[in-house]
Design a protein around this ligand. Structure first.
Ligand SMILES: Cc1ncc(COP(=O)(O)O)c(C=O)c1O
Length: 355
């Protein structure tokens, strides 16, 4: 079976893990600091603050910007549950705005109608490795004095107009196993604001700067040096990984006719975390069964809009956003990861064309 994702490791990860074990510092230490430095560069930001995972990155970014009970945060319902849950954790309320049918990202033309006196922030999701329309979103945020928290969990190295994801607002990344680069589990927050960076460091470590002195209510959301060792080896391979993903994606788009292939708007650099297509005239479940029988792994990211998840219905959500409804019913993702061979790509194309 050609898997939908395939993390790539070699001696580089092993060497760094051995260094950490030999050093005796296995919790947060110098490797985390080094990863933060290299990550800040990758995201074109002044500061990067490592956290235990992408969910805690989002949670802390919201808290650091003072978002809490009574506030509203505008976001997309077409994403992994963690995006919206991080808003709920703070006591604030996610307000869902529909997506565009071509990019699957939040539709900026619909954002202003969703702004109320309670709106504090916009959280665009850079889904599948393609940035949301961040130029338009930053304009809206400036006009209405709103914070922008970029969910860049799937967008390491993505760009708009030559500027990196995570450097427009406060950026939140995931280093989960299937992401373009991984530390096993891990997260990263990027910012150019020294005050926010300081607050984030306090929040991730029980509000403590000096040992056993606790200034604010914080958490234990730290990354470990063992995870950072893996992350460091991976970040140095990210450009190569992303380039292989791009070549695979372009080959698929050149040859697939049976499905709607992804759009890459002008000025956007896509990093192909997922290669997601839509089947508009067929039975998706039957199609995925057929792919499986042909040895092609696939995934549905995401089958249910967040507002229809029980946890949200139980909180009074009754949204029905037409583009999100259509896309969740039609979308599925094909393997695009860096380990695909030419014959894997041929197998994927033949299987999809036979749907
Ligand atoms: C869009 C999005 N946001 C947030 C997250 C949460 O990241 P993590 O799984 O590292 O907590 C993920 C990861 O799966 C994601 O894909």
């Amino acid at each position: 079976m050609i898997p939908i994702s395939s993390p790539q490791f070699d001696d580089a990860e092993l060497t760094l893990i051995k260094e950490v074990l030999a050093s005796g510092i296995v919790a947060q230490g110098p490797k985390v600091a080094q990863l933060e430095q290299e990550f800040a560069k990758l995201a074109g930001s002044q500061f990067a603050i490592a956290t235990a995972n992408g969910t805690t990155a989002l949670h802390l970014a919201l808290l650091a910007h003072g978002i809490g009970t009574g506030d509203e945060v505008i976001t997309s319902p077409f994403t992994f549950i963690a995006s919206a849950n991080s808003i709920l954790y703070t006591g604030a309320r996610p307000v869902f705005v529909d997506i565009r049918a071509d990019t699957y990202n939040i539709d900026p033309d619909l954002i202003e109608a969703a702004i109320t006196p309670r709106t504090k922030a916009i959280m665009p999701i850079h889904l599948f490795g393609l940035m949301a329309d961040i130029g338009a979103i930053m304009d809206i945020a400036r006009r209405h004095n709103l914070i922008v928290i970029e969910d860049a969990a799937q967008a390491h190295g993505a760009m708009f107009n030559g500027q990196y994801a995570g450097s427009f607002g406060t950026g939140c990344f995931s280093l989960y196993a299937t992401k373009n680069m991984t530390s096993g589990e891990g997260g990263m927050i990027t910012t150019n604001d020294p005050q926010i960076a300081e607050t984030l460091k306090l929040l991730r470590a029980h509000g403590s700067k000096v040992r056993y002195q606790h200034d604010i209510l914080g958490y234990n959301f730290r990354l470990t040096d063992l995870h950072a060792a893996v992350g460091l080896a991976q970040i140095r391979k990210l450009c190569d990984f992303n380039e292989r993903r791009r070549i695979n994606a372009e080959f698929l788009s050149e040859h697939l006719t049976r499905v709607i292939t992804p759009t890459v708007p002008d000025k956007f650099h896509h990093v192909w975390h997922q290669y997601s297509v839509r089947l508009v005239d067929g039975d998706r479940d039957a199609a995925l069964d057929k792919l499986k029988a042909a040895g092609v792994g696939s995934g549905i990211f995401y089958p249910i809009p967040i507002y229809r998840q029980k946890v949200y219905v139980d909180r009074g959500y009754t949204d029905h956003l037409p583009v999100t409804e259509m896309v969740t019913a039609q979308i599925f993702s094909l393997p695009v990861h860096p380990a695909l061979s030419s014959s894997d790509l041929e197998t994927i194309i033949a299987a999809v064309e036979s749907i």
